[in-house]
Design a protein around this ligand. Structure first.
Ligand code: SF4
Ligand code: SF4
Length: 428
């Protein structure tokens, strides 16, 4: 492969270059084509000239060559893979106007060209861009044509500029736990060379969940209600990522907030909602779960179990256990980090008639949120005190940390809690 750019300048990801080399492709950087050798109308090789620079001082593509520095390579075929642009041969000299950028003149909102009934999209509209943008414009053009055919008029589709998030500041970035990406297994190079099968094996469910956990949860985090906020600074004090600030009222910039939920769990004014898995949503889920509770007074202890969603490596495990454990009186609610449970959240199952609460957090060292476990333990102690003040044993709340995996340890935690509560009911 002959390439104008140096290895560092190549318009390819590092892994793409490495995969090509694994498959035996030799990359000749900083060379450009000078001539094609042929014999009896068949390609026999290429003469190359050294490419000294690819871009000019303003970053524009403007390759320069040293004609005195040449080399040649033998080849049976030459495949030209250079930048492409729309071929306007078929419209040149006609009524469709072409702008100086070699694209069709058009109205960007209606996609209508200079000739009525002809619409444009893709590279002839915006020039080189991503395939995602081409698909978007294809949809817009299809709508424009459909509207034109049905009504004879042009459909205005204003261009929506999507908002972009700001940069993550260093002091927040440094507090985020770095997680190594999961490598996708590839077919061995010798097989890749022989067939056209998909070379990426894809993720297993466990790997996909691990990979999803690397998401920084931008825009799904905390939102303070100005009307409720008392500017008490609790969220500022608690936020482990230095995100929350208070001006007149609390502000959590969405590009910085890591959606840990610690502030929402401790805001004394209940002024903070989480955009993903809010407390309200959890209450709804709890209501649904508790509908399945048998009448109070039975011999089976009724237990709500809040479990760390991040420790679940198989959705089937949760589906199966949720169904099978209902018979045993255990009702499972998975939560993206149990540290977002407030004291009222911990007391809610008891208000609704549960005999016990089993909280299962993530395993040692796997929590993404600094201080989260300490804050949760404080709240569990508070909830136990509240229960005891109204004559209910605090030991009805159990807290466990996942050991090994959810599949390995959760069943035994539920069993221990169930036996303890059976004993407290005088049945064990
Ligand atoms: S903890 Fe709640 S009330 Fe206090 S400043 Fe933050 S949002 Fe406002
Ligand atoms: S959700 Fe977490 S990261 Fe976001 S503001 Fe609240 S405490 Fe900070």
């Amino acid at each position: 492969m002959v390439c104008l750019e140096s290895r560092e300048e190549m318009p390819a990801w590092k892994w793409e270059i490495e995969e090509a080399e694994e498959e035996g492709i030799v990359i000749m950087n900083s060379w450009g084509p000078k001539a094609v050798f042929s014999e009896a109308s068949e390609v026999r090789g290429l003469e190359l000239k050294k490419c000294t620079t690819v871009f000019d001082s303003e970053g524009r593509f403007n390759p320069q060559f040293d004609d005195s520095d040449n080399r040649s390579v033998l080849a049976d075929n030459a495949i030209i893979a250079i930048g492409q642009r729309g071929d306007l041969t078929c419209v040149r000299g006609g009524t469709l106007k072409i702008n100086p950028g070699e694209r069709l003149e058009c109205d960007r909102e209606t996609l209508s060209t200079s000739r009525e009934g002809i619409f444009v999209c893709g590279e002839l509209l915006i020039g080189p861009a991503s395939s995602v943008e081409a698909v978007r414009d294809g949809h817009r053009a299809a709508k424009a044509i459909d509207h034109y055919l049905k009504t004879g008029s042009l459909l205005k589709q204003p261009i929506v500029e999507l908002p972009t998030l700001g940069e993550l500041p260093d002091d927040t970035a440094q507090k985020i736990k770095k997680q190594t990406p999961v490598n996708i297994e590839l077919l061995p190079p010798e097989i890749r060379l022989k067939e056209f099968s998909e070379i990426e094996r894809g993720f297993s469910e466990k790997e996909a969940l691990e990979e999803a956990r690397r998401c920084l949860a931008c825009t799904t985090g905390a939102l303070a209600d100005e009307a409720k906020c008392a500017a008490c600074l609790t969220c500022v004090r608690i936020c482990p990522f230095n995100v929350a600030t208070v001006e007149k009222t609390a502000v959590m910039p969405e590009e910085k907030c890591q959606a840990c939920g610690l502030c929402a769990a401790e805001c004394p004014a209940a002024a903070i909602a989480l955009k993903r898995f809010s407390t309200d949503k959890m209450k709804e889920q709890l209501q649904d779960v508790l509908k399945g509770f048998p009448e109070a007074g039975g011999t089976t202890p009724l237990i709500v179990s809040y479990c760390c969603l991040f420790e679940v490596t198989s959705r089937m495990f949760i589906i199966q256990k949720s169904q099978s454990y209902i018979e045993s009186g255990i009702h499972i609610i998975t939560i993206p980090c149990v540290a977002r449970l407030s004291v009222p959240d911990l007391l809610l199952p008891f208000e609704r008639g549960a005999d016990g609460l089993t909280i299962i957090g993530c395993s040692d060292g796997s929590c993404l949120y600094p201080t989260a476990e300490d804050r949760l333990l404080l709240r569990i102690r508070q909830a136990k005190r509240v229960l005891e003040e109204v004559g209910v044993e605090g030991e009805r709340i159990d807290y466990w940390k996942t050991e090994a995996s959810a599949e390995v340890s959760w069943t035994s935690f539920w069993e221990i809690s169930r036996r303890k509560l059976l004993h407290m009911k005088g049945e064990g």
